[in-house]
Design a binder for this molecule. Structure first.
Ligand code: AMP
Length: 501
């Protein structure tokens, strides 16, 4: 499937995913371990999922569109016998939503079969694909992962081992990838030299597990061993576990996506030594110090606003209350293709508790404002339920730049903070006051422990080269991507938000 550059750089190709892999079947059949792991990673992708198993060197699998519980029945899992397996959940926006793009990808080539599962976005995928296509490669999907698989297969022919082929491939890749590769004999985990996306290792009896997040290890009863280091390749085979450091990792700045802590990861995961729950609570504490207000209760927008609301409450002394109830059976609002559908599903998903809110001055915390659909509805919903005042606090800075590393952020023209000052956003939402987490406090949110994170969506400081075509692909909406915005006017006292700097 050859694609032209216009199509390729459309935002439809963006993905958010979760990966899981297991070597060994002494405690739990690999397919069942993957099933449990994928259920725990479902928040990372709800569009398609798949499991590939390796039965004495023969790799087969099952994947489809839908949730993990819809795609896999006991019958299917029982048929997936093997000694190791890899698995994947995927989310992309509407256009890229086809079965061929689901993972793991299983490829047959001259050395046998290879399966790969990948989380993250490459920034040079188009260049890599074009180069491969010019040499006669034919692609069946539009995802970056196929280009990675192709490179590994090509490098394998001239390498002594599959891990050497992975290492050689990593030298040609730019951008974000947390990768699981399964060959007939080995399970390999690799994380890009910046460590954009998380990847950790666990142990279950004699079995070794890799997962995007530690919550997936817990779901299988496995113990957490450690995070995979940026630029590290970990190989598991019948001789045990050994690690290689990619030649590429030398001078790279560690750049774990800070949005993993803010929104993306599950609250019970620990990433690179930092608890997601604690970091979210800390963001709430920072908001309470930066943007105090007299109020009767603090509430959080479920799910990721809740931890920050608890932190705000602890720091301010204002009681925490449950003010909004979420219908857990409705998917993420964000992924609905049109604005009208998004607005409608906020209503379906969230319901205010009138008995808690009536007559109260309310501080409400959400994790982010992207297009402004959710907060707009939330403020209205709280007022309709009788709230006397609504003070909106956001546990991330304003989004003003697109992400090229795998977080689905729309083109700049659709980002509300690009088009409006914070005063204006406050006004548009109808809130009495608005405060965003100041960008210079992101490090404090991670307790100053983190050795490096990527905050490009808030700062525009991309840790890697971004090809020109990619930049312009995100420019739509009448916003000139090339220029930094003129400084916005400062928020006044009634609107506590601070401008990004
Ligand atoms: P919006 O309604 O467009 O302003 O988006 C903000 C809401 O979407 C927040 O409540 C977030 O919890 C959620 N959100 C933010 N970023 C993402 C993302 N990349 N994928 C899915 N949901 C998101």
């Amino acid at each position: 499937m050859s694609i032209d550059s216009k199509e390729y750089f459309s935002e439809e190709l963006h993905e958010e995913c979760g990966v899981f892999g297991i070597y060994g079947n002494d405690s739990l059949a690999p397919a069942y371990a993957c099933y449990n792991g994928l259920l725990a990673l479902q928040h990372r992708g709800q569009e398609s999922c798949g499991i590939a198993v390796n039965d004495r060197g023969v790799i087969s699998g099952h994947k489809n569109m839908g949730l993990v519980s819809e795609v896999f029945s006991n019958e299917v899992l029982d048929s997936l016998t093997g000694q190791m397996a890899i698995a994947h959940v995927r989310y992309s926006t509407a256009g890229g939503s086809v079965r061929e793009n689901s993972q793991p990808l299983v490829m047959r080539y001259v050395k046998g079969t290879l399966a790969i599962a990948h989380n993250g976005n490459l920034t040079n995928a188009y260049e890599v694909r074009k180069e491969l296509e010019m040499r006669g490669a034919i692609f069946q999907t539009t995802i970056d992962s196929e280009a990675i698989a192709y490179l590994i297969a090509r490098e394998r022919v001239n390498s002594a081992s599959v891990e050497e082929a992975v290492e050689r491939t990593m030298r040609q890749l730019e951008g974000a990838y947390s990768l699981l590769v399964m060959s007939p004999q080995k399970l390999i985990a690799a994380r890009d030299p910046h460590g954009f996306r998380p990847l950790c290792m666990g142990r279950l009896g004699e079995s070794i597990i890799f997962a995007s997040e530690s919550c997936a290890l817990a779901a299988c009863g496995a113990e957490f061993v450690r995070d995979i280091e940026p630029g590290e390749i970990v190989v598991v085979d019948d001789e045990g576990v050994h690690s290689i450091t990619s030649q590429m990792s030398g001078n790279k700045k560690k750049s774990l996506c800070v949005f993993e802590y803010i929104y993306f990861a599950r609250t019970d995961s620990e990433i690179d030594g930092i608890s997601v729950y604690k970091s979210r609570k800390e963001a709430g504490r920072i908001l309470a110090r930066e943007f105090p207000v007299e109020a009767d209760i603090v509430i959080g927008v479920p799910e990721s606003g809740i931890d920050a609301a608890i932190g705000y409450s602890e720091e301010s002394g204002i009681p925490y209350e449950k003010g909004i109830v979420k219908n857990g059976y409705i998917g993420r609002t964000f992924i609905k293709p049109t604005q009208k559908e998004r607005a409608k599903s906020v209503k379906l998903k969230l319901n205010p508790l009138r008995s808690v809110l009536e007559g109260k001055r309310v501080v409400v915390i959400d994790d982010s404002i992207v297009r402004g659909t959710t907060c707009d509805r939330i403020v209205k919903m709280l007022r309709d339920a009788g709230a006397k005042e609504v003070h909106l606090r956001i546990s991330s800075p304003p989004f003003i730049w697109p992400c090229f590393y795998g977080t689905d952020i729309p083109s700049r023209g659709e980002l509300i903070a690009v088009k409006h000052t914070i005063d204006e956003i406050c006004e548009l939402t109808g809130a009495d006051s608005l405060g965003f987490l100041p960008p210079d406090k992101l490090g404090d949110m991670l307790f100053g422990q983190n050795t490096g994170f990527c905050d490009a969506c808030f700062s525009g400081n991309y840790p890697t080269r971004i090809p020109e075509k990619m930049l312009s692909g995100k420019e739509r909406g009448g916003v000139d991507f090339g220029k930094k915005l003129p400084p916005k006017k400062k928020a006044d006292a009634s609107c506590l938000g601070k401008d990004e700097n």
